[in-house]
Ligand binder design. Structure first.
Ligand code: ADP
Length: 334
């Protein structure tokens, strides 16, 4: 891959079906960045083992995540699109970084605390060191930009801390990585019940998946929480209503959004109509992606080629970085 362009890295866990949050928080930017940057995008199968140790479903999930990304416009010829476990250098770098990550800071991570609540019987060390593995993934390619959603902000801050510690202790090897959204705010796509974010493994009835058919999409949106509407002009929107507007801003055209904004401000909004419109626009947005993804997912020969070719590109970049790392650390003794 070209050496004078800036380097981008990001990943998605194969823990289930991809959803609108993954699309607008991450994949849309992957596609926008692939012509201007040297991009490394990965399917994070090792990360998924921290929460989904049973690998029976992993095989299908990995293939689907590859297929869905390509269906969204990711071009495996332009980027390195690979599977995390195919690049063994990641595990080596993870090990070195673990010596620079402190128990106290790892325990304070919001995502760790959430996971401890969600799976009290499986609070494994991988869960604790999740941000360390994520840092290894990113800096293995010495990436500077990381297209991610808002939920990853804290992990990126930790990545910068680990990088600074490494550079301070052993010499400047890594640039600081930053979460990236073309200078805009990082995206958080809310769940339809207004209780959090859309997600692969939680909140499934309140999450819209790229594989959902038109009918399912319409039904999920019609069930989104609303109320009687505002009683006075220009009332601030409650969170769950703002969520519906936010989803509309992602997929509907400007005149539709303006109409419902005006209706809201004039206290004549009919949420039934708004949700119906959103359902139509959402279904129209998702249908071509899900059709294309289903087609690609059945093409095993193509997918295998994509995976092999991606791993080769990622390994070449990883090998170069690890030579620098071992030399900086003084691990080459002769
Ligand atoms: P999930 O939380 O669904 O398991 P991952 O942890 O695999 O997703 O994250 C993959 C990418 O999708 C990350 O960049 C993450 O920030 C982004 N992402 C996940 N959920 C959302 C959401 N609801 N809104 C915006 N971005 C999201």
């Amino acid at each position: 891959m070209s050496t004078n362009r800036e380097i981008v890295m990001s990943g998605i866990r194969p823990t289930g079906y991809l959803h609108l949050g993954n699309y607008f928080g991450a994949m849309r930017n992957y596609v926008k960045m692939q012509d201007e940057y040297d991009c490394y995008f990965m399917v994070a199968d090792l990360h998924s083992l921290t929460t989904h140790p049973d690998t029976k479903e992993l095989r299908e999930n990995v293939k689907r995540v590859f297929a869905e990304n390509i269906a969204c416009g990711l071009d495996p010829e332009k980027v390195a699109f690979y599977c995390q476990s195919h690049v063994h250098e990641t595990s080596e770098l993870y090990l070195y970084l673990n010596m620079m990550a402190y128990k106290g800071e790892l325990e304070k991570t919001t995502t760790f605390k959430d996971k401890v609540r969600q799976q009290p019987d499986n609070v494994n060390a991988g869960l604790l060191t999740y941000p360390v593995l994520q840092t290894a993934d990113i800096i293995l390619h010495r990436a500077k930009y990381v297209p991610v959603g808002k939920d990853q902000e804290q992990h990126l801050e930790m990545a910068r801390n680990f990088v600074n510690r490494f550079n301070h202790r052993y010499g400047e090897v890594f640039p600081e990585p930053f979460a990236f959204n073309f200078g805009g705010e990082l995206v958080k796509v809310p769940s339809l019940d207004g209780t959090g974010k859309m997600s692969k493994s939680e909140n499934q009835n309140a999450t819209i998946y790229l594989a959902d058919d038109d009918e399912v999409i319409r039904k999920k949106i019609m069930k989104a929480k609303t109320d009687q509407g505002p009683a006075e002009p220009n009332t601030p929107k409650p969170d769950y209503i703002e969520n519906i507007f936010q989803l509309m801003r992602l997929v509907s055209d400007a005149s539709t959004i303006e109409k419902f904004e005006a209706d809201y401000n004039n206290c004549v909004i009919r949420y039934g109509d708004m949700k119906k419109q959103l359902g139509e626009d959402m279904a129209k947005f998702i249908a071509p992606i899900s059709e294309k993804a289903a087609f690609i997912q059945n093409d095993e020969v193509y997918l295998r080629k994509v995976m092999e070719q991606g791993a080769e590109k990622a390994r070449a970049s990883a090998a170069k970085t690890m030579e620098l790392v071992r030399a900086a650390m003084g691990l080459n003794y002769f």
